[in-house]
Design a protein around this ligand. Structure first.
Ligand SMILES: NC(=O)c1ccc[n+]([C@@H]2O[C@H](COP(=O)([O-])OP(=O)(O)OC[C@H]3O[C@@H](n4cnc5c(N)ncnc54)[C@H](O)[C@@H]3O)[C@@H](O)[C@H]2O)c1
Length: 348
């Protein structure tokens, strides 16, 4: 793992429990993302895959093919009551994240959970409070922070060389929609493209700007071309939002599923300041390939280019921090701040 600018940004309290050099981990939910994160952690030698659990036994069996020494168990409870387990990696459908994370934390395990940590700010707050109370390391898979391109963008913004940053433009259009039914059920997903894709972008903008206070949020949500509100029991497949920060910076967000985008995906986060701009952008409609570009008036300079194996890096970083014995970190409050902005976008 590259030496990222993501580690040890704020106060860390050493965990009270002992941790081994290579933490023993339980993996709960090993579908598409869960299996990928498990394999990346194992391939990077950042953690030992001790347990695997999934309500679909065939998914657990598939996962065991790449973790032959792991034990398959029937539930989260079986993992969290195993004294040798240091942490639990959760990649179940979003509705379960907060409850499962809280259970694991209350049992004294550290947690790395898929985004969103909760379906709303209240759920998210509950998990963060449990991590604080137990002094356990809580990570969320905010995977785009760990792209090389975003690391470059972060460095430029943090250096101050862009002057006063007054505008941030965020875009995440996915020309496909999720292929699992629960994504379209607001009670299970917490929302549509905003909580699925927008969550990453809102996090990128606030993180890069050091999480300034949010003054005002206005938004428009659509489903199949018609304006909707969350109260209708539908999830949005297109959304725009304007987020005004107390610093005077304005954030414009657009995100969607199934947009006729002319390519598979359009993903970008662009920061404009009085002295220039910088952007993270996907290339050729790719979900995986990103560049960072620095803008000087009409001129542009490339700061980073693919290839970049970023998938799963956030989980590796969490496991490495766990191995060092890290406990609760104040950074976890950032998960609540992002969830609060999402609640405002949804008008709840
Ligand atoms: N960080 C990212 O960039 C990123 C990218 C994609 C998806 N995700 C998130 O990952 C999560 C999973 O998405 P996915 O596409 O892998 O879904 P998936 O359906 O492929 O995987 C979910 C797995 O959880 C299992 N499961 C369901 N309920 C369970 C329970 N109660 N206990 C244990 N296992 C259970 C399912 O059988 C399945 O194997 C979602 O919350 C999604 O938002 C994050």
């Amino acid at each position: 793992m590259q030496d990222t600018i993501l580690e040890n940004k704020s106060e860390t309290i050493a965990s009270s429990s002992s941790t081994s050099a290579k933490p023993k981990l339980g993996f709960l939910g090993v579908g598409w993302i869960g299996r990928n994160r498990m394999e990346v952690i194992a391939n990077n030698n950042a953690g030992e895959v001790a347990y695997v659990s999934d309500t679909a036994p065939q998914n657990a069996e598939e996962a065991l093919k790449s973790a032959p020494n792991a034990k398959q168990v029937g539930s989260l409870e079986a993992m969290i009551h195993a004294p040798e387990v240091d942490g639990v990696v959760i990649a179940t459908p979003s509705a379960f994240h907060a409850e499962q994370s809280t259970l694991a934390l209350e049992a004294g395990k550290s947690v790395f959970c898929q985004k969103p940590l909760g379906r709303n700010a209240e759920e998210t707050r509950r998990v963060v409070d449990a991590a604080r109370k137990q002094n356990k390391l809580l990570g969320v898979d905010l995977s785009y922070r760990y792209t090389e391109a975003m690391q470059q963008v972060y460095k430029v913004v943090q250096s101050g060389e862009l002057g006063q940053i007054y505008a941030i433009e965020l875009v995440f259009h996915n020309a496909y929609g999720p292929d699992k039914a629960w994504f379209y059920e607001p009670k299970l997903s917490g929302g549509g493209c905003v909580i699925d894709l927008g969550v990453h972008l809102v996090d990128l903008a606030l993180w890069t700007m050091n999480f300034p206070a949010v003054k005002e949020v206005n938004s428009h949500l659509y489903s199949k071309g018609k304006p909707i509100s969350m109260a209708e029991g539908k999830v949005e497949d297109y959304a725009t939002a304007s987020i005004a920060l107390e610093t005077g910076t304005n954030i414009q967000l657009s995100c969607s599923w199934n947009l006729p985008a002319g390519q598979e995906a359009i993903i970008s986060a662009t920061f404009y300041g009085t002295e220039g701009g910088v952007a993270l952008k996907n290339v050729n409609g790719s979900f995986y390939d990103f560049v960072a570009e620095r803008y000087y008036g009409t001129k542009s300079e490339r700061l980073s280019s693919p290839p970049d194996e970023w998938s799963g890096r956030a989980g590796v970083a969490w496991a490495e921090r766990l191995a060092k014995g890290e406990g609760f970190n104040e950074e976890a409050e950032e998960f609540v701040k992002v969830a609060e902005v999402l609640d405002k976008i949804y008008g709840r």
